[in-house]
Design a protein. Structure first.
Length: 275
């Protein structure tokens, strides 16, 4: 598969500007559209290399290569290289081959999930969300700008420094210990950063990417005054940490986001490691 630009409008430049500047604290997530909110970008290391997945257990969707703004591979020295051009299509997912991961410690990605408009309720009384803007749907009662971030560990380093590295995402999960040094069920301290600062009272989930739980049944581990939550490790296999946060779009957002055609900004972040 060749990933290349098209003439379809995107929000890449708007999001890049938005995420590069200071911001205030996000508010807790409230559910609405599945594709806008509940779906994550997840980076999963495996024997083939690294798989980029979009969605959640029991509802995986095609990854849009044009919305994937970057896929950066970080070496042991901390230097990063964008490997977006090396991605290949594999079913619904995108695959970065093992050769492109040689010597990698962390892999990170940014995904522009675009604008989502809330339309009047349908016959079932539920809110309807569409991937559009007010230009085409002037009846929209609300417009959401959805951005997603992902990180994955793929190193063999034994020290904790690799796990504490930050890549500068607007919303970022940073484990404070080596997950491989802990046993299943032990607590992994994980810090949530928003704009580089600890985020208090954020809820972190931990999924194996197989079992789907109802939204109200998902355990969430809250961050303390230092932005750190104690998250129990799953048994050997995939552990994907996730945090979802929302903020009203006003002049307090990064870059004075009133210039962006949205009422709210939604940010989602994941961090995956395999034990």
């Amino acid at each position: 598969m060749t990933l290349r630009p098209s003439n379809r409008p995107t929000l890449s430049s708007t999001v890049s500007t938005l995420l590069a500047r200071p911001a205030l604290v996000l508010l807790a997530l409230s559910l609405a559209s599945g594709a806008a909110r509940a779906h994550d970008i997840v980076l999963v290391p495996d024997k083939s290399g690294l798989t980029v997945r979009y969605g959640h257990p029991a509802d995986w969707l095609p990854v849009d290569g044009e919305k994937l703004l970057e896929l950066s591979v970080q070496g042991a020295d901390g230097a990063s290289t964008d490997r977006h051009g090396a991605l290949k299509r594999r079913g619904l997912d995108l695959l970065l081959g093992q050769g492109s991961l040689r010597g990698a410690t962390l892999v990170s990605a940014r995904y522009d999930n675009g604008l989502w408009v809330q339309l009047p309720p349908g016959a079932d009384g539920k809110a309807q969300w569409r991937n559009s803007s007010r230009f085409l749907t002037p009846s929209a009662s609300s417009v959401l700008l959805s951005v997603k971030f992902a990180k994955a560990w793929s190193a063999t380093a034994a020290d904790d420094a690799v796990f504490k590295r930050q890549v500068g995402h607007l919303l970022e999960l940073v484990p404070q210990k080596n997950p491989l040094s802990l046993k299943p069920g032990e607590m992994l301290p994980v810090r949530v950063l928003f704009n580089g600062k600890p985020l208090v009272d954020a809820g972190i989930e931990n999924s194996n990417l197989v079992v789907k739980l109802p939204e109200d049944k998902i355990p969430r581990y809250r961050t303390d005054a230092n932005g750190i939550a104690q998250v129990p490790l799953r048994a050997n296999g995939i552990n994907t940490l996730a945090v979802d946060l929302e903020r009203t779009n006003d002049s307090s957002l990064p870059g004075g986001a009133l210039a962006a055609p949205a009422d709210k900004l939604l940010a989602v972040a994941t961090f995956t490691f395999v034990r």
